[in-house]
Design a protein around this ligand. Structure first.
Ligand SMILES: O=c1ccn([C@H]2C[C@H](O)[C@@H](COP(=O)(O)OP(=O)(O)OP(=O)(O)O)O2)c(=O)[nH]1
Length: 161
């Protein structure tokens, strides 16, 4: 899939947040990694994939998709900060269960934190897109939901969030 536009929109949002909150890009790596981990925890919670003790169904696809693209925001943002943008990327093959997919994403985040370099970043993006595939989302649905949430994030900044 082509992700040039998503990187462009992410940079515009990040630049705005940096300016409005008077922050420096290079100070945010640790916070962005934790923010991403938290988003993925929230996403796992909405899918309920690991809740073997419960019969409650997962949240709706739209709720799950919004959580998913929150994580994508932080991943793109980390890629911009590292100077690792690229134009195209393909989803990796999903693991056998959703739970294993989540573990793969967390492992890729830990690797990026330990070795902040392009290869670690690309692996994270590939694995995260694989998780999106495992959740049943097409690249078009992901892009569309990303655009919507990006817009919502701008609106929140307009409101002094
Ligand atoms: O530098 C940044 C910081 C944040 N975001 C985006 C990512 C995500 O889409 C949103 C933050 O997540 P969320 O909407 O869950 O924010 P929250 O503050 O945790 O929301 P709430 O208080 O409603 O739980 O802001 C960026 O794109 N770049």
């Amino acid at each position: 899939m082509n992700i040039t536009r998503l990187f462009t929109l992410q940079k515009q949002l990040d630049d705005r947040i940096l300016e409005e909150h008077r922050l420096k890009r290079e100070d945010l790596f640790s916070s962005k990694i934790l923010a991403l981990e938290v988003e993925i925890g929230e996403l796992a919670n909405e899918t309920r994939c690991f809740k073997y003790w419960s019969q409650k169904p997962p949240s709706s696809n739209s709720v799950i998709l919004e959580e998913y693209v929150d994580g994508l925001h932080f991943i793109l943002s980390l890629g911009i900060d590292g100077g690792w943008q690229r134009d195209t990327i393909e989803a990796g093959e999903p693991a056998s269960t959703l739970t294993e997919n989540f573990h793969k994403v967390f492992e890729a985040i830990f690797s990026l934190r330990q070795e902040p370099k392009k290869e670690s970043f690309v692996t994270l993006l590939v694995v995260y897109l694989g998780l999106g595939k495992a959740l049943g989302f097409s690249p078009e649905e992901v892009k569309e939901a990303y655009l919507e949430k990006n817009q919502k994030n701008h609106e929140r900044q307009d409101e002094g969030y």
